[in-house]
Design a protein around this ligand. Structure first.
Ligand code: CMP
Length: 140
């Protein structure tokens, strides 16, 4: 398995509860290395553009609202098969279906306030990383 990079976002529900360190610990314990990280407040335009793929979904408006409700931490994670590894440690989108020990099982409040986002493919990871980071900001 090749070394890959993936984009992760610690969402406002998690920054609000001051659990970014607990989430980072789970990522690191899973074998992922945080090679870039920045805390910021997304604008409506940024959140809307980032989730443009969901524009037609009924939850889009609420998703943009919740993603702009507080600070997020955007990060690039690196590791062997990082895209899948991150999805495994995040757990299912709906915390009710997430496996024990996963971030969403342990921390998520609901399907919307589900604490973290992670890229779903290597192609999307490349796009999502570019959305937030310059090459020079990623230090592997
Ligand atoms: P995320 O991995 O960030 O990708 C899209 C987000 O939309 C998802 O996590 C959830 O926070 C949110 N969402 C809200 N309702 C749904 C739903 N019914 N199905 C999928 N995602 C949803």
């Amino acid at each position: 398995m090749a070394v890959e990079r993936t984009l992760s976002i610690i969402k406002p529900d998690a920054t609000r509860r001051n659990i970014t360190g607990k989430i980072n610990a789970k990522l690191e314990e899973a074998g992922l290395r945080i090679v870039a990280q920045r805390r910021l407040r997304l604008s409506k335009t940024q959140a809307g553009a980032f989730y443009a793929v969901h524009k037609k979904r009924p939850f889009y408006k609420d998703l943009v609202k919740s993603m702009t409700s507080g600070p997020v931490v955007v990060q690039v994670l690196e590791g062997e098969g990082a895209v899948q590894k991150n999805r495994d440690v995040m757990g299912a989108t709906n915390p009710a279906n997430a496996a024990p020990g996963t971030i969403r099982k342990d921390f998520a409040e609901s399907i919307e306030a589900n604490s973290v986002h992670g890229s779903d493919s290597a192609e999307n990871a490349a796009q999502e990383i570019k959305f937030f980071f310059k090459k020079s900001e990623i230090v592997g």
